[in-house]
Ligand binder design. Structure first.
Ligand code: NAD
Ligand code: ZN
Ligand code: ZN
Length: 364
């Protein structure tokens, strides 16, 4: 079928294209996309931060309605409402252990534009292969995804505000609820109050954290952090000593947990120095390189630095939990949503870059 899609055609160049989408293959479904969020990872892919073969249709936070099922699909049928999450192979040791976020094939399935059973699903008019980011390519009116990645949701719920549950919100909330697992009364500092960080703040509030510190450089984002549950905020560009400020807020103890979701390497050291003894810092951004003194930062203070993908979540079980929290008003991701017609995708990217929109959502 013919689709209208936004594809990365060369480094930094995102263009609308009319393309040919094939048929869903074994274990895959064709989805009519209702909306798709813009995540920082779309911009990173466009800039080839992770080298990816182009052209590729970007977009990996799609929500939509199943239009057709491929052979062997058992859990979905046409008409089902779905949130399209990240791909995984289903058969490596971590997938078999319920940890698809640590799938052995993650990097190929996320960034190579191909599907688990091989190849791409889109061709251009010259018959050349066009990839689909995250085995999805949600910046298009239709896309093909693996059944494993499509999470069925209650058709009563408006799908559009829920795009970020596919990636950004799952990453932030999951980093807290699945990786850190705070208990009521714990403290946390969240570096970077984008969609990922803001979801971590909401999750920290849900988990009963007593001190929740949001760090960002955009004043409107700091205001939103307070609205989402932060108890304190720090302007990371204006504060002369961020770790000292965190120690002051926590009565000299430091925070039990910290999340790095800013992508700014300069914040990593203050984040670690602001951690309490035995504290755990989780990095989800592509923050680049930092120079750290092991003995001073880790050994004496028994701190841990960890990385994680997609909030250490198994999407088929975690996303429905987030939807339930959303329905109960305890995970208000709709506060972060700013809607754009699909045609305004370049504006949506620009507003994400400048910090004007926390979660731009393209509506089809
Ligand atoms: N590991 C994963 O699975 C995963 C999934 C989704 C996103 N990500 C990554 O997580 C990160 C966050 O994603 P997002 O969509 O929330 O991005 P975003 O760009 O909306 O948010 C980043 C925030 O950090 C702030 N920031 C940047 N530099 C700063 C500085 N020096 N001081 C203070 N604040 C600063 C920005 O103002 C912005 O609010 C990105 O790097 C993204 O690629 C990772
Ligand atoms: Zn993402
Ligand atoms: Zn796997």
């Amino acid at each position: 079928m013919r689709i209208k899609a936004a594809a990365a055609v060369e480094k930094g160049k995102l263009e609308f294209r009319e393309l040919e989408l094939g048929e869903p293959q074994l274990g895959e479904v064709l989805v009519k996309v209702v909306a798709c969020g813009v995540c920082h990872t779309d911009a990173s892919t466009l800039e080839l931060v992770v080298p990816s073969p182009l052209p590729m249709v970007l977009g990996h936070e799609g929500v939509g309605i199943v239009e057709k099922i491929g052979p062997g699909v058992q859990t979905l049928q046409p008409g089902d409402h779905v949130i399209l999450s990240f791909p995984s192979c289903g058969c490596c040791p971590n997938c078999r252990n319920g940890r698809p976020y640590a799938c052995d094939s993650s990097s190929q399935l996320f960034f190579n534009g191909i599907y688990q059973s091989g190849g791409t699903r889109i061709k251009d008019d010259e018959g050349r292969d066009v990839g689909s980011l995250f085995g999805q390519g949600g910046f298009a009116d239709h896309c093909i995804v693996a059944e494993r990645s499509a999470v069925k949701v209650d058709p009563e719920v408006d799908l559009r505000p829920l795009c970020s549950l596919a990636c950004g919100a799952q990453t932030g909330a999951g980093a807290v609820l699945n990786r850190m697992k705070p208990v009521p009364g714990d403290s946390i500092a969240v570096f970077g109050c984008g969609a990922v960080g803001m979801s971590a703040i909401m999750a920290a509030k849900l988990a009963g954290c007593s001190v929740i510190i949001g760090v960002d450089a955009v004043p409107s984002r700091l205001d939103m952090a307070l609205e989402c549950g932060a108890t304190h905020v720090i302007n990371g560009k204006e504060c002369p000593d961020i770790s000292a400020e965190i120690l002051r807020i926590t009565g000299g103890l430091g925070t039990n947990f910290a999340l790095e979701s800013s992508g700014a390497a300069v914040l990593v050291k203050p984040m670690l120095l602001g951690l309490a003894k035995e504290g755990l810092a989780v990095v989800v951004s592509f923050a680049g390189s930092v120079d750290l003194d092991m003995s001073m930062i880790f050994v004496g203070s028994c701190r841990t630095l960890a990385g994680t993908v997609e909030g250490a979540a198994e999407p088929q079980s975690f996303i429905p939990r987030l939807v339930q929290f959303y329905k109960e008003g305890r995970f208000p991701v709709d506060k972060l949503a700013v809607y754009y017609p699909f045609d305004q995708i370049h504006q949506a990217f620009e507003d994400s870059r400048t910090g004007k929109s926390i979660k731009p959502i393209l509506v089809f």
